[in-house]
Ligand binder design. Structure first.
Ligand SMILES: *Cc1c(COP(=O)(O)O)cnc(C)c1O
Length: 400
């Protein structure tokens, strides 16, 4: 029996990508097996993390690495590391940074995003102060240069579809400016497929989520310079205690890294391409729909279907359609689409987390909802601001 029915949970189909709110990823059998093997056993965590360091060093081309509870925790702990080094007295003093000469973190304003929580909060949680660089849609190397002072502990660079995708300081220049002033660069690459690129570009630390594309258990992967990795790891005796990762998360991440290196990426891509083509061909025949295959904005080898919905012709808005798919009539399967830009009259179908056969259900549900809208006496057009308010209101009653 599916544990979801036993717990009374809706068996959702995830066409939105890797979302914490949907349980992150589908963990593969070899990873589940490795985790199941360690769960009843005792291990020496320092040794397990030493093993993780070797696995990360190999996968990322870094000197060392370790596993955290999440990428968000990794941001906090790595910033902490740049402030305290490996001094246990300073580590225990955080988040009080009054006595620390270096306690500021430079980050481009266009990188101050929310990935489920604000990135600046993950920085501030360590006790550091955030120093925004440039304007929301424009930043320059000279601004970073001025922002870095004798108080700067680190510079943080975020790689994500959430960030402003133009007008930002290129990573290479960002690293060059920071390094010229002796300041380490941390790259938040939570959702990036390329495990080597950021370390190869000169980043001192590169941070990934183990539970996103890698398909591990919920955890964070930190790769980088040995001294900084050590200082970040030692934060577990300080502010990191409340963010601790267990043996299952560490083993899950090591196994996920091994699986990733063995994965048949070409076959996965071809399967996803098949889903995208099927969806595009069929949906382009529906009134008011224009579907195109869209490359991942940060360059991950992953495409999505971008579905533009003309509310006049389709008689439903993109956001009402996304909501209808997520909240279907009794007996139909909920489909969650990638709709964070729905106010612009499009949403995406992300194939990366679909189980075989689900691509057909996604398509059937979409065509059924479009047909329902076509036949509805009134067009389905909720003002966008009401949708947002309704969502926030609905969540406020949790757990009711
Ligand atoms: C998902 C994400 C995070 C948070 O990662 P977790 O491992 O879920 O904590 C941080 N930064 C970016 C850019 C992300 O996409």
């Amino acid at each position: 029996m599916d544990i979801r029915s036993r717990f009374g949970l809706r068996p959702v189909i995830n066409a939105s990508g890797t979302m914490t709110s949907l349980g992150a990823s589908s963990v593969s059998a070899p990873v589940i097996d490795a985790v199941a093997q360690v769960l009843p056993q005792f291990v020496e965590i320092d040794d397990l993390q030493r093993r993780a360091s070797a696995a990360i060093a190999e996968a990322c081309g870094s000197e060392a690495g370790y596993i955290t509870a999440s990428c968000s925790a990794a941001i906090t702990l790595c910033i902490a590391a740049t402030m305290t080094g490996d001094d246990p007295g300073l580590i225990e003093r955080l988040p009080d940074t009054a006595s620390l000469e270096r306690h500021e973190v430079a980050i481009q304003t266009g990188h101050l995003v929310n990935y489920g929580a604000p990135v600046d909060q993950a920085i501030r949680l360590s006790g550091a102060r955030v120093v925004p660089v440039g304007a929301a849609t424009e930043a320059h190397g000279y601004q970073l240069n001025t922002a870095i002072t004798e108080r700067t502990a680190a510079a943080l660079y975020v790689v994500s579809h959430h960030t402003v995708q133009f007008g930002m300081i290129p990573l290479e220049e960002f690293i060059a400016v920071a390094h010229a002033k002796g300041v380490p660069v941390i790259v938040d690459a939570a959702s990036e497929y390329d495990l080597k690129r950021f370390i190869a570009a000169g980043a001192d630390l590169a941070l990934y989520s183990a539970h996103k594309f890698l398909g591990g258990l919920t955890a964070g992967i930190v790769a980088g310079k040995k001294a900084l990795i050590r200082a970040a790891y030692f934060q577990n005796g300080g502010i990191g205690r409340g963010m601790k990762v267990g043996k299952e998360g560490i083993v899950g991440a090591i196994a996920a890294l091994e699986q990733w290196q063995r994965r048949d990426h070409v076959a996965v891509r071809a399967r996803e391409r098949g889903y995208l083509t099927l969806w595009r061909e069929t949906l382009n025949r529906c009134d008011g729909v224009w579907a195109e295959i869209d490359a991942d904005p940060t360059g991950n080898p992953l495409d999505r279907l971008k579905l533009h919905i003309d509310p006049k012709q389709a008689r439903i808005t993109a956001w009402d359609l996304a909501d209808a798919l997520a909240r279907p009539p009794e007996g139909e399967v909920p489909v969650i689409v990638r709709d964070h830009e729905a106010e612009l009259h499009f949403f995406f179908l992300d194939p990366c987390n679909l189980h075989p056969g689900e691509e057909q259900i996604v398509l059937a549900r979409l065509t059924a909802e479009l047909e329902r809208a076509r036949q509805s006496p009134e067009p389905v057009v909720t003002p966008f601001y009401q949708r947002d308010a309704r969502r926030i209101a609905a969540r406020r009653n949790w757990p009711d």
